[in-house]
Design a protein around this ligand. Structure first.
Ligand SMILES: Nc1ncnc2c1ncn2[C@@H]1O[C@H](COP(=O)(O)OP(=O)(O)OP(=O)(O)O)[C@@H](O)[C@H]1O
Ligand SMILES: [Mg+2]
Length: 268
């Protein structure tokens, strides 16, 4: 498999009224074509910042993003983000939402755009709801529309920032399984940020653990277990425990530092 995306020596500090906030510190990562890469780390360690820089929505202070051998400059249809809240348009129907991003594709006929939107809605099992409005859908269905809307653009890289975080556990499990099936079929490269270690070990080809801010790569776990993975598989359980242990160390550091920053005393 060839390397598709190179994140090279990326650093970012936000300047705020309180001073500089280091978000990322010299992150380097090579992502191969079709890889499902999961990013985990304590809150505030720069995961969203990294995704935004890869998306071209945010500039790095240092370092670069190389896609297919060329540095990126700003956003592009080859990289699409799915956020925690889908950011769907309430005044459009489901299918119109999915079609929306294709409007600029002048090479496609109207019928072709509609056909593409329909096929991606089918992929996320929402074809029966194509004429519904967003407020008529459950949270899980909305995220499915957001995923279909991203996939219809046929991006090289799908960037997912805690896409299932606002869903209940059952819906979440369902969507995780659905996403695994979609990745198996389409083989897009996916960068997936999550706080759920279980989810990262279930989906990821690799799980990258970040340190507390400024985010550095603390450890990379290769998940060499065939998919679909079974939560009862002892190899899955063992890896989940390893990642959780490593993550807990960083989360504790984050808590200590935040309490210290606020000048609070340690909790009793
Ligand atoms: N636009 C901004 N201006 C100032 N500081 C920012 C900005 N965006 C992010 N930060 C800071 O940069 C750090 C990293 O933020 P980021 O949102 O990337 O973290 P995260 O890992 O995605 O956290 P979470 O898991 O809570 O979503 C945080 O300390 C945050 O306060
Ligand atoms: Mg975030």
């Amino acid at each position: 498999m060839s390397i598709e995306l190179q994140i090279q020596n990326l650093s970012k500090t936000f300047i705020t009224r309180q001073g500089g906030v280091g978000a990322l510190d010299r992150i380097s990562l090579d992502v191969v074509e079709g890889e499902f890469l999961c990013l985990v780390g304590p809150s505030g360690c720069g995961k969203s910042t990294l995704l935004n820089i890869v998306a071209g929505l945010e500039d790095a202070d240092q370092g670069q993003i190389i896609l297919d051998g060329k540095p990126i400059h700003g956003p592009g249809a080859d990289r699409v983000v799915v956020f925690q809240e889908g950011g769907l348009f309430p005044w459009l129907t489901v299918i119109e939402n999915v079609e929306f991003g294709l409007k600029e594709r002048e090479d496609l006929s109207r019928q072709r755009r509609r056909d593409m939107a329909e096929s991606f809605l089918k992929l996320v099992h929402l074809d029966k709801f194509e004429h519904a409005y967003i407020h008529e859908l459950s949270g899980g269905m909305r995220q499915r529309v957001a995923i279909a809307r991203a996939l219809v653009l046929e991006p090289r890289i799908l960037l997912m920032d805690e896409p299932f975080a606002s869903l209940d556990t059952q819906t979440r499990d369902l969507l995780v399984e659905e996403l695994r099936g979609i990745h198996d079929k389409l083989k897009n490269t996916i960068l997936f940020v999550t706080h759920h270690v279980r989810e990262s070990v279930y989906l990821g080809d690799r799980v990258v653990l970040f340190t507390y801010r400024p985010g550095r790569i603390k450890q990379t776990f290769s998940v060499d277990i065939p998919k679909p993975r079974d939560s009862d598989d002892p190899r899955v359980g063992k890896l989940i425990r390893e990642v959780v242990d490593a993550l807990h160390g960083e989360v504790e550091k984050a808590l200590r530092e935040e309490l210290h920053e606020q000048g609070a005393e340690s909790p009793r």
